[in-house]
Write a protein that binds this ligand. Structure first.
Ligand code: SF4
Length: 240
């Protein structure tokens, strides 16, 4: 290991941004075996967020320990999913991704899209293989739902991904008290305007745990897809 690598390795040992590790999943990276690193902290406060402990809590695992975890599972895992919280908010994320890629493992990032420059740089440097981008709301409703003013940043991330040569997906969580069919139609229109060609994934909010905004369940208020005019495929992930 050269001095530069030693410095990077030491710096990855200092901070502890990972809240927890899911050691194995078949569900979170399309067609791959993966683990999930849950990053503590987020720059949004979505009312329906079901990870308040992760968003408001502190990490307990260093990036170095995360790499050690991967080392021990070399050959068993195809991929790593970085989720949270917002993994792109962490200062050392590029160095961490580089170290993961050095191990020959695929990387998927779950992101709210609020760090377009960092995301773009990671894509340009081939540090990311798949992105799952949250489309929280229309511009008008973005602050109400996320308690942030980051719609423009999201929009820039969306454009970058559309022009990048890596697979990605766009997904929206629907709570019927927050998003109505007119909003979904507007969001579909935005995706079409930017010429998004992939599938638009929708998922209903389920109130099975504590959320940041203590949201009630929104069941029985389903969106009638037939009312949406769309040229892009729309798939519901959790209808039942
Ligand atoms: S749902 Fe919102 S608050 Fe929760 S981790 Fe995602 S972006 Fe952050």
């Amino acid at each position: 290991m050269n001095t530069n690598n030693e410095n990077i390795s030491r710096s990855l040992n200092v901070v502890k941004p990972i809240y927890n590790i899911t050691p194995f999943t078949l569900l979170d990276y399309p067609d791959k075996t993966a683990c999930i690193f849950w990053f503590a902290g987020c720059n949004m406060r979505c009312l329906y967020c079901y990870n308040p402990d992760i968003v408001l809590g502190k990490g307990r695992i260093s990036l170095h320990a995360g790499l050690h975890f991967l080392q021990k599972r070399q050959g068993l895992l195809d991929a790593v999913v970085l989720s949270g919280g917002e993994c792109m908010a962490h200062k050392k994320i590029s160095d961490f991704l580089q170290e993961i890629k050095n191990k020959g493992v695929l990387v998927k990032i779950d992101t709210n899209g609020s760090f377009p420059e960092k995301l773009n740089e990671c894509i340009k440097n081939k540090l990311v293989d798949y992105v799952s981008l949250d489309f929280k709301a229309t511009r008008n409703k973005f602050h109400t739902i996320t308690k942030s003013h980051l719609f423009s940043e999201f929009e820039t991330s969306l454009c970058s991904l559309i022009h990048a040569a890596i697979p990605f997906e766009v997904r929206t969580t629907i709570h019927a008290d927050l998003l109505q069919i007119e909003d979904i139609q507007e969001m579909v229109n935005i995706l079409q305007r930017y010429e998004y060609k992939g599938t638009y994934y929708l998922q209903y909010y389920r109130n099975n745990s504590n959320t940041l905004g203590n949201m009630r369940n929104s069941k029985n208020k389903y969106i009638d897809l037939l009312q949406i005019q769309t040229k892009i495929p729309i798939v519901f992930r959790n209808l039942y």
